[in-house]
Design a protein around this ligand. Structure first.
Ligand SMILES: Cc1ncc(COP(=O)(O)O)c(C=O)c1O
Length: 403
């Protein structure tokens, strides 16, 4: 019967995603009313046509080659082999196929890990500002979210603060590099320090604290910056990855979990993760996407195009008075809002057809987040609107003071 007699886990977790939940409703209205005229910087959604190679891979893979083509798929040996070879190239490490779990994107991977690993009283650390669903997902899995602030000046991980936040109940820490929303790529020095801190803390509590490395943007590093997987600096690591970002096709839901080759308790982890995939709703990559995987691995968005767009966008925003940092990686630029109320400011932009995410949704109040997945044409059309919206809110602020 509805309503249930006591709040469900989802109902309890819902309050923690209210800001993004409300934003999604608003965004849906903006895009419906704005139609093709809108300049969409709000989420990581593609605003250009998909890669040709992606479309042809899907088209080819739809033709069945045997009766089991569209049968239930799990962590198929062929997919595990594709991922194993890719991880060997990326990390130099030899991942056993059994350590790889095919998921429906990174959200699916996180859900599977959280349902498998979080017991009551377990705490999960993550960096603040965060991806907007970490907190709600931890609550939904029955855990306690513990946000640890990054260095406000450099956006780097604050290893001392992480050490202070670890308790007897810490189950794992989520590290996201390149970072959404800050654009920071963590250096090998930082990651080495993090690894040492986690090793010491694990020794002192007598069991491993796992590191969950959210690497969905690892293909998106600018200015020749090198991405270093946090998993290379700590044995007890669990990698999560999504093809949705590298291919700019987030709706097709393909990704994976990879347990580091030397991870402790590997047999138990393999069993519980597979069980969690089943119990989390057959949370596997779909048959079609697994058939395409060998082709998809060869494709990537063009980082050069994104970088040129980033440079044009940042220069254009600065020219009209915005304070904005240059992201090292990932899709997002996070300028300071000209007024403190970032929701009011993004509403002002939206009235003129420019859609951005208020910073308060990603725990960056007083800022807004704009995704470089907008098209070049949108950037050109939006820059004069960013200029006029800034002038307008500053002018009305001054008038407010006069009155
Ligand atoms: C940091 C981060 N992790 C995970 C995800 C989820 O990725 P997916 O669409 O593959 O579920 C996103 C998507 O925006 C993200 O930014």
């Amino acid at each position: 019967m509805f309503p249930p007699r006591t709040p469900t886990r989802v109902q309890k977790a819902h309050t923690s995603i209210l800001t993004i939940y409300d934003f999604l409703a608003k965004y849906e209205r903006w895009t419906r009313e704005g139609g093709a005229k809108g300049c969409d910087f709000a989420l990581g959604n593609p605003q250009n046509m998909p890669l040709d190679g992606f479309v042809s891979a899907l088209r080819e893979a739809t033709t069945p080659q045997n009766p089991a083509w569209y049968a239930y798929k799990s962590n198929e040996a062929s997919s595990r082999e594709v991922v194993r070879a890719s991880l060997k190239k990326l990390t130099g490490m030899e991942y056993p196929g059994e350590n790889i779990f095919m998921t429906n994107g990174a959200t699916g991977a996180l859900l599977v890990i959280m349902n498998a690993l979080i017991g009551s009283d377990d705490e999960v650390l993550y960096n603040n500002p965060p991806w907007f669903f970490y907190e709600g997902m931890i609550l939904n899995s029955g855990g306690k979210p513990v946000a640890v602030n990054v260095d406000p000046t450099t956006s780097d991980l604050d290893i001392d603060a992480i050490e202070r936040a670890i308790t007897e109940n810490t189950r794992f820490i989520i590290v996201n590099s390149p970072n959404n929303p800050t654009g920071k790529i963590y250096s090998p020095e930082t990651l080495k320090r993090l690894g040492l801190a986690l090793e010491a803390a694990s020794r002192s509590i007598g069991r491993p604290i796992y590191l969950v490395s959210d690497e969905v943007y690892r293909a998106v590093a600018y200015d020749g910056a090198e991405f270093h997987s946090p998993t290379k600096f700590y044995t007890n690591s669990i990698m999560i990855y999504s093809y949705g970002k590298t291919l700019l096709t987030p709706g097709q839901r393909a990704g994976y979990i990879a347990l580091s080759p030397e991870i402790e308790n590997v047999e138990e982890l393999r069993t519980i993760l597979y069980s969690s995939q089943i119990l989390s709703g057959w949370a596997m990559t779909s048959a079609l996407m697994q058939h395409c995987l060998p082709q998809l691995e060869k494709l990537s968005l063009d980082v050069g195009t994104l970088q040129r767009r980033r440079d044009r966008f940042v220069a254009g925003l600065r020219a009209c008075g915005y304070e904005v940092r240059v992201p090292e990686g990932a899709f997002y630029v996070t300028p300071k809002s000209p007024i403190e109320d970032d929701v009011a400011f993004t509403d002002t932009l939206a009235k003129e057809g420019v859609f951005c995410l208020p910073g308060s949704v990603v725990k960056m109040p007083g800022h807004f987040r704009a995704s470089l997945t907008a098209s070049d044409e949108m950037v050109e059309r939006a820059l004069p609107i960013f200029a006029s919206a800034r002038a307008k809110v500053l002018e009305s602020g001054r008038e407010g003071v006069k009155v």
